[in-house]
Design a protein around this ligand. Sequence first.
Ligand code: GUN
Length: 292
Amino acid sequence: MQLIDGKATAATIKKEIAEEVERIVAAGGKRPHLAAVLVGHDGGSETYVRNKVKACEECGFTSTLVRYEADVTETELLACIDRLNRDADVDGFIVQLPLPPHIDEQRIIEAIDYRKDVDGFHPVNVGRMAIGLPCYVSATPKGIYELLRRYAIPTSGKKCVILGRSNIVGKPMAQLMMQKSLGDATVTVCHSHSTTLKEECRTADILIAAIGRPGFVTADMVKEGATVIDVGTTRVPDATRKSGFRLCGDVRFDEVNPKCSYITPVPGGVGPMTICMLMLNTLAAGKKEYYR
Ligand code: GUN
């Protein structure tokens, strides 16, 4: 079994980005600028956004954090999005999810100018990805694809099983893996109502678990020699940690590990790649790579 080191891969990519940014700036170009909108004080969201701002510094980007209390109105948030859409200095921005229940998340996503939607959540980007056009791709699936590519794991013609059908991970992951010019794999998506889930998993050359259920994938669900990608990051209480919790993946690492050819750990696997891909999308936004 070989461990897929997302932390080291992300560090390498961030260094590559930082070098490119310095070349752009030295040639008289503009530093990419990412803005992040954070609503409320959810612990997970606070950590993610803090790490995104830190990653911007590592990459040599300008970053702006816009904060609102949890009682912000949808109208106020839409006005903020309108300002960011029109701000010529901001190349790309994200609104950290989840949002409080009184705000219509989809309405917020659709208010973002798709040309600045570095999360790749806007229907224009989702649709363009589905038909293989240049666009911003959601960071977690993009990061997983990048790991498979950098570890030279064959995907063409292979059987890929994805657990989970979320708009952020499962669905875009399936699109990337089936795309002829990308994964070129045979893709099956399983979810909470799949009656043949275990049997499907056992056929997978590449198994991608993104269901958010700690320890869901057991050794009997994994084919000998498979590549297993664990997207789970559930916080479980742990009194021995200063934070009071630890991150738990969807895969029982200790029992699945001996059967795999490749496996991602939690933490240190997919997680660090996600923020890194947001940085790559922001670099593309700064360079106006997909849209003018
Ligand atoms: N919440 C969980 N993941 C993400 C993400 O990739 N982007 C945003 N904006 N919110 C999230």
